[in-house]
Design a protein around this ligand. Structure first.
Ligand code: PRT
Ligand code: ZN
Length: 283
């Protein structure tokens, strides 16, 4: 049976369950156990700490996993990165006390840098030929400079609020990260087929999330202009209304462009505009 490892709680847990549910892999969240079977897809869900996911997938205890790219890189696990999943975005950055003057990466020569990501940190400075002193710590990295335990930190940043409230400033971004779907490199034929199906569904979900379905009535003389405003997947659907001189127009637009398109359509006489969410788009 194909098995997918996801974070049991934390920042990625809920989003991982949400993504699986949107692609038709439902888990009974009321009784989320260490190992549970999906209700409607031949897959088992393994709920674990995020640190364990790269290793479990590399050892084939789970064939798939959802985990931050930062964890995959740090563990150096032999897994295939199948795709980005568009959530859990963050970066791994170097930060120093804000009163310090930053002079470029040379600043860090001989400095103590606290981190939970020693492997990525070492690799970065080895690449630059700069010797540093890693101070490995598993949590609360941001307090180490003020506690006199380190001169700088190398940690995950998303909004940057934690750095600011600890009197630190971000000076180098070493890596961008987000949640990724990972797979064991030697999947069986049947697991490969299931992964293809999951990937196909994730892609449909991704496309549809940024789209809205638009329906409106449009005066027939404005039809051509309306079709120019709305570049649909092939072309918009146009249906004559019972009232002469009017048509109904259906199309799909990117959410980010919705209000601009609505403004343009109203300007050419569109009426009764309906905006609907798109559940899935299968191209
Ligand atoms: O218990 P378990 O080991 O499973 O969880 P964990 O505590 O190790 O991980 P968790 O749940 O905190 O994070 C899981 C993954 O979420 C990380 O590996 C990243 O890929 C991703 N992620 C995204 C983040 C953040 N954003 C983030 N902001 N992980 C941690 N943070 C921390 C950051 O270090 C800072 O201390 O959140 C704090 C707030 O960040 P700011 O910059 O918004 O203030
Ligand atoms: Zn963790």
């Amino acid at each position: 049976m194909l098995r997918i490892a996801i974070q049991n709680k934390g920042r990625l847990g809920e989003e991982s369950v949400g993504l699986l549910s949107r692609v038709g892999i439902e888990i009974d969240t009321a009784k989320r156990k260490y190992l549970s079977k999906a209700i409607n897809f031949p897959i088992e869900i393994l709920n674990v700490r995020d640190d364990d996911i790269p290793g479990l997938v590399a050892e084939n205890s789970a064939q798939l996993g959802i985990v931050g790219l930062n964890e995959v890189e740090e563990k150096g696990a032999k897994v295939n990165i199948v795709r980005n999943l568009g959530f859990g975005a963050c970066r791994l950055s170097l930060a120093i006390p804000k009163r310090e003057e930053y002079t470029g990466p040379e600043y860090f020569r001989g400095k103590r840098i606290a981190t939970s990501y020693p492997r990525i940190l070492r690799r970065y400075f080895e690449g630059l030929g700069i010797d540093i002193i890693p101070v490995v710590i598993s949590g609360s990295v941001e307090i180490t400079p003020s506690a006199g335990m380190a001169d700088a930190i190398f940690d995950i940043v998303s909004s940057g609020g934690t750095l600011i409230s600890n009197g630190l400033k971000e000076v180098e971004t070493v890596m961008e990260s987000q949640a990724v779907l990972v797979a064991n490199p030697s999947l069986s034929e049947s697991d490969r087929e299931l992964l293809d199906e999951i990937e196909f569904r994730i892609e449909s979900d991704r496309i549809s999330r940024g789209m809205k379905y638009l329906l409106m009535n449009i005066p027939t003389e404005s039809l051509e202009k309306a079709i120019e405003i709305l570049p649909a997947m092939r072309s918009p659907t146009v249906l004559p209304l019972a009232t002469p001189g009017w048509h109904s127009l259906h199309s799909v637009v990117e959410s980010s462009q919705l209000w601009e398109k609505v403004r343009q359509l109203k300007a050419i006489g569109a009426e009764g505009i309906l905006v609907l969410s798109v559940d899935k788009i299968i191209l």
